[in-house]
Design a protein around this ligand. Sequence first.
Ligand SMILES: Nc1ncnc2c1ncn2[C@@H]1O[C@H](COP(=O)(O)OP(=O)(O)OP(=O)(O)O)[C@@H](O)[C@H]1O
Length: 475
Amino acid sequence: MARTGEIDGDARGPASGMAPCEDAAALAAAWGAVCDSLRRSIGARPFEHWLKPLALGGFDPASGRLTLLAASPFMAGWVANHYQDHLAAAWRATWPAVRSIAVEAGTAPLAPALFETAPVAPPAAAVVAEEPAEAPPALDPRYRFDSFVVGKANEMAYNAAKAMAADGPIGFNPLFLHGGTGLGKTHLMHAIGHDFLAARPGARVIYMSAEKFMFEFVAAMRAKDTYSFKARLRAADLLMIDDVQFIAGKDSTQEEFFHTMNEIIGAGRRLVITADRSPQSLEGIESRILSRLSWGLVADVNPADFELRYNIICKKLEQMPDARVPDEVAMFLARRISANVRELEGALNRVVAYATLQNRIVDTDFAAEVLADLLRATQRRITIDEIQRKVSDHYRIRQAEMSSARRAREVARPRQIAMYLAKQLTPRSLPEIGRRFGGRDHTTVIHAVKQIEKLRAADAELDADVRLLIRQLEG
Ligand SMILES: Nc1ncnc2c1ncn2[C@@H]1O[C@H](COP(=O)(O)OP(=O)(O)OP(=O)(O)O)[C@@H](O)[C@H]1O
């Protein structure tokens, strides 16, 4: 079954004058950029479930027809019915040569070159999906322990996951991992699956989202054949159910889930569950399930701090040997994209994809330009008061000196730095900044900004001070 949705075309041809599909890597990079924008427009969860598993099927430059492939006719139909407009808008913005989009069931053509230079677009094989009965589990090959960067925020979860995968008896079962979206829970689950299988070739490993668990269970009930569904899950040596909060309020699914859990644990097989919050905070989930979950090991995955974010970027860059991303940009991304690792990864991919598409050298200005929307959305509002406080602390002067008339170098220079930072980091106008620094004129502010710009270029120590202050203020 194929669903085709036509979108209004812009018949003027491909974006940036590029011959469509001549450069398969560019098409893949465009798909990466489209994915990024879709994730933002429809939200991370629906994106992960419905759109991330799509693969690029092909693009016909003559007709402008782009084919996307879904894992099943059901998925293809759903995507075509629900996300056609989003897909059309995102492609139109990125690659106007696309005039119609067809979503079909099928597997991706074997065109590894399409993805080779474009880490932004996961190949079909990397799609996180649940395995059909008897097939090897569809574990994402990228999600392994050695590609997972460990820091304070996730070391407890990492160690527990390692223990879950290790050979020999384990001291706990189930393992319950919880934390906000995009922090690496799914990654850890897949890593457990890989290691478990490596230690026990032929073992039955099932990874499944709770949403899929519900769909399959409901479908089995409708078909009046729940036996094979139950038998398959309960025979798993390692069962992993992702995002269990999804079954909140779904009574019959919870009933089945509870029995599955009991069977697995009772038979000494391993169970791993994730959720976006701790068992105590999961609402709409039966208390018997929650208490069962709390019997095992509960480990949280916390938001990454700056150091971990930076290390993650460095790790991702190791996997992109063609990407030329200087350290200064890695630090910039780590500093500015702090919401979660998925967003950080998406930002890095977007910068690399745009640099490839536009043949540009990556520097901080380029990254800021490419990520302008994201940075605006995530930017914390920095106030002039905060800047004055931070700078005064740094130079050990009283904050009142920011507004005083004293001209001695030891207070005048920090004051100029604070004015410069106010101009750089806040949307305040020059006259307003002047007013906040003891009623000074806007020309004084302009002078301070110019002065500090000059000094930053000439004086490494002052430049390092300013960088540090910016980093601290931007959090
Ligand atoms: N510590 C880490 N090291 C390397 N990559 C990481 C790390 N944490 C997260 N990632 C990457 O971030 C992305 C998002 O992670 P993942 O999908 O595992 O998040 P999640 O916690 O399961 O989110 P959700 O609750 O939305 O399903 C993945 O590509 C993953 O590889």
